[in-house]
Write a protein that binds this ligand. Structure first.
Ligand SMILES: [Fe+2]
Length: 188
């Protein structure tokens, strides 16, 4: 295959991409904690995030990249977030680069939960084996670019079933990490 490139706009749009995905609330109802609020918002079905992917062939050594535009908002007290996933293939990490906005990268391995604060210019590394989710804790679009092995694969099912053991909610003083499943490992 030949080299290629995309221009990444500050808005998060790529001018050259292979797929554009939209995730609305009802595409990810099981991922938010406040089920009553999910039900109340089901008719409006707000757009939570948009992804522009530029995927390479799913072969060892190939790299893909994608931008995500995660909109500001909450479902109950819980901030808008991505579904979050493990990589299906062991031994595959990922690099995130924040282009605009403010948020958190929430990561979990076994029962260990870590967060990295994300704002414009921050580069963050997700080591292999860590589930990862982005959370928009600001009032603007949270925009980031990610680079990952093209054959990593996405396991959303484990998160849909077990969730992360902590969620990010708005408190009087701002974003707060709350334990909802203390000490529980999300992947045996
Ligand atoms: Fe990933």
């Amino acid at each position: 295959m030949n080299p290629y490139s995309s221009r990444c706009l500050r808005s998060g749009e790529l001018d050259n991409y292979s797929a554009r995905l939209e995730r609305r609330l009802m595409d990810m109802a099981e991922f938010f904690s406040d089920k009553e609020m999910v039900g109340a918002l089901s008719d409006r079905n707000p757009l939570i995030y948009t992804v522009y992917e530029m995927t390479a062939p799913e072969e060892p050594g190939q790299l893909s990249y994608a931008t995500t535009i995660l909109y500001p908002g909450k479902v109950g007290d819980e901030y808008y977030m991505t579904k979050g996933h493990f990589h299906s293939k062991e031994g595959t990490g990922e690099v995130y680069y924040c282009i605009a906005g403010r948020g958190l990268l929430l990561m979990q391995k076994g029962s260990r939960v870590e967060t990295t604060g994300m704002e414009e210019g921050v580069v963050a590394y997700v080591p292999p084996g860590w589930a990862h989710r982005s959370v928009n804790t600001g009032s603007e679009n949270f925009v980031f670019l990610a680079f990952y092995p093209a054959d990593a694969g996405h396991d959303y099912g484990t998160i849909a079933e077990n969730g992360f053991s902590k969620i990010v909610v708005e408190d009087r003083d701002g974003p707060k990490l709350v334990s909802i499943r203390p000490g529980r490992s999300i992947r045996p």
